[in-house]
Design a protein around this ligand. Structure first.
Ligand code: SF4
Length: 339
């Protein structure tokens, strides 16, 4: 099974092994330009990768349009020269997360939920990521750290949901995830396990049989929160992965970030919601950009975001409209951003 290859129309075929795909991810601007028939004259030299490494799996690049410097998927990963001109109000830790970090690797920002920084790495490096400059060195990813999380959770019975975040928590191998989840399941107060991951989108083969077995045998209700920003990101392989999750009774939600040059258009967002619903994923949040250093060129003024959102609401039934939210450091919940 693991040596099998997925045929594709682009000439770059993929192993069914997600780890192998991960190891073959594109990591230089030159490689990416060549794959897309683009030049440094069109895109710049990609030197901003010094600020945040370029990383993108081939399976995601397959969905980019060759020869298009404005492709909405390419924009999400390309190290733009604009990153060197970051205004001073764009910060390294825009959400003040280091202040909500009672013990290494665990954030307790909201009363009933705790978020764990389960890994330091991702399958793809998104240029607008609010944790792009996060100090992962202060976190801890060992089993000893997990024990500290369990001790903290036991002392806080008001927490009934744990969110596995990162980095990307699905970078952990299934056997290691199983160990962590098994430890969490011993806490009677916990009802839900939420996984925030972009891996099933960028490498759909991450939805393995063993991961689905874990979900099926867990006493916790699993929620997989996808991160899909543009309808062009959804292809047949993504749809198949979502179908498998749905068959395993995993609730699937999507959070997107409103990004200039990517999806700041009500027509694009409408299409995204429609396509998400077609593959059994419910639109959940549409985030205003967190003002992280290097990402200002993706930002748009709040009134412009609200105008796009008003148009979106007029085009969709309510259940397909994600909540427009922004996170404000120190607030007890996310804030609805439509007023
Ligand atoms: S944490 Fe999510 S948004 Fe940030 S780089 Fe990783 S996959 Fe992208």
């Amino acid at each position: 099974m693991k040596s099998a290859i997925i045929p594709c129309s682009t000439g770059v075929c993929h192993s069914l092994d997600w780890k192998k795909q991960l190891s073959q991810a594109i990591s230089t601007p030159q490689q990416l330009l060549e794959r897309l028939n683009l030049t440094a004259e069109q895109m710049g030299d990609g030197q901003a990768q010094q600020l945040f490494r370029l990383k993108v799996p081939h399976a995601y690049v397959d969905r980019m349009q060759k020869g298009n410097p404005n492709d909405p998927l390419l924009r999400q990963v390309w190290p733009s020269e604009q990153e060197f001109n970051s205004p001073s109000q764009y910060l390294i830790d825009p959400l003040g997360e280091q202040a909500s970090n009672p013990i290494p690797g665990l954030l307790h920002k909201y009363q009933s939920r705790a978020l764990t920084i389960s890994t330091a790495s991702c399958a793809i490096n998104c240029r607008y990521c609010f944790r792009r400059a996060f100090n992962y060195a202060d976190q801890a990813f060992s089993r000893q750290a997990w024990q500290q999380w369990i001790t903290y959770l036991k002392a806080h019975p008001e927490i009934n949901e744990v969110i596995l975040s990162g980095g990307d928590p699905l970078m952990l191998a299934d056997a290691k995830l199983a160990e962590l989840i098994s430890a969490l399941e011993q806490l009677p107060q916990l009802k839900r396990l939420r996984i925030h991951s972009r891996l099933p989108l960028v490498i759909p083969e991450r939805i393995t049989d063993s991961l689905l077995d874990l979900a099926a045998n867990s006493r916790l209700k699993w929620i997989l929160v996808w991160h899909i920003n543009h309808p062009q990101e959804i292809d047949d392989r993504v749809a198949a992965a979502a179908k498998r999750c749905q068959q395993a009774n995993i609730l699937q939600l999507n959070q997107a970030v409103l990004l200039r040059g990517v999806n700041a258009d009500s027509g694009v967002l409408k299409q995204l919601s429609e396509q998400l619903f077609d593959i059994d994923i419910l639109p959940y949040y549409l985030h205003l950009l967190d003002k992280v250093t290097g990402a200002a060129h993706f930002d748009l003024p709040k009134p412009e975001a609200q105008a796009i959102y008003a148009q979106l609401m007029a085009q969709l039934p309510g259940f397909l409209v994600p909540k427009l939210v922004q996170e404000v450091a120190g607030e007890p919940s996310k804030s609805f951003a439509f007023w």
